[in-house]
Design a protein around this ligand. Sequence first.
Ligand code: NDP
Length: 337
Amino acid sequence: MTAFNRQIQLAAKPFGVPKESDFKLVESPMPEPAEGQVLVRTNYLTVDPYMRGLISGAKSYQKPVRPGDLMVGGTVGRVIKSRTPGRKEGDVVVGYWGWQEYAAISGDHGHLFDTKLAPMSTGLGVLGMPGLTAYFGLTEIGKPKAGETVLVTSAAGAVGSIVGQIAKIIGCRVAGCAGSKEKIDYVLGELGLDAAFNYKDTENHLGQIREACPAGVDVYFDNVGGTVSDAALLKINQGARIVLCGQIDQYNATEMPTGPRLLFQLIIKGARMEGFLVNQFVDRRDEAVRKLAEWLKSGRLKYRETITDGIENAPKAFIGLFKGENIGKQLVRVAKE
Ligand code: NDP
């Protein structure tokens, strides 16, 4: 064990797409667990698009991260010292202790992760927050039925890749939108989607959606927003459900974005657009993890992780999300298991 705890702090509030200089690596003293706490060593931390909102200082459902603050975020690691009866050395904990190598956390922080289900990294991905977002967003907000058409944006990403596969399991026709040929090949070849298009190939997204969804769109699971969403709204069917999961197209906007546009389509199609936060479903985590793990075990659900090594590279990995560098869940490996 090193004598110091390396952490990443926010150095400056970013303008537009964040830069590596907006973050700094600092050394702080090794934390000591107090009575009732455990010392955890981080194996993986996750970088997620929502963090862009937190570091903008905007008021949100979560406390903003200000310059000089530790970067917050999901983490998974092992207990290396315990001062509470509920947790023992070696336990794998999924929590929220931020971008740092070690943390002294309360004995009831986060939840234990069962590595018999899958590797611990999945506690931040397919069996963690993104997996739950896909599961509840699709089944509870989108409510797709067999035979319907589902269109998902950022289809090769952490959430989108799971949404597409669950929709296939339900028996839907599924089309995906992503930003590179490699991603299109992945969603068609490995994930088994029925159709997919690269939104960077042309500005004619309406033409792309028409081709990918010849029977129109019954459930539009949107991770992105922007011009693809405009086109998708023009192809929704009567009674369609639009799941507003994310709007990454707007997260780095330096001016107030235009829209939402074309909402008259909801009127004429009697359609519903509904936003949600995965936190709404936190009480049902066990149910989702059980189901997702069952699908993983049977081979019906696949996942991929893009892993960046070293806590010092966490800012780079985070910024990569806005450049489309990840396939599946983007993680940072802080220490080997
Ligand atoms: P992803 O793994 O999908 O990674 C982000 C991807 O977004 C990139 O790889 C890139 O893929 C795409 N992207 C980036 N910038 C743009 C842009 N300007 N226009 C179009 N696509 C872009 O991230 P997650 O799966 O973690 O998150 C997906 C979305 O879901 C995000 O919007 C996020 O905020 C939201 N979310 C919402 C939750 C909720 O509770 N509602 C919970 C978790 C996530 P590409 O190469 O295809 O462009």
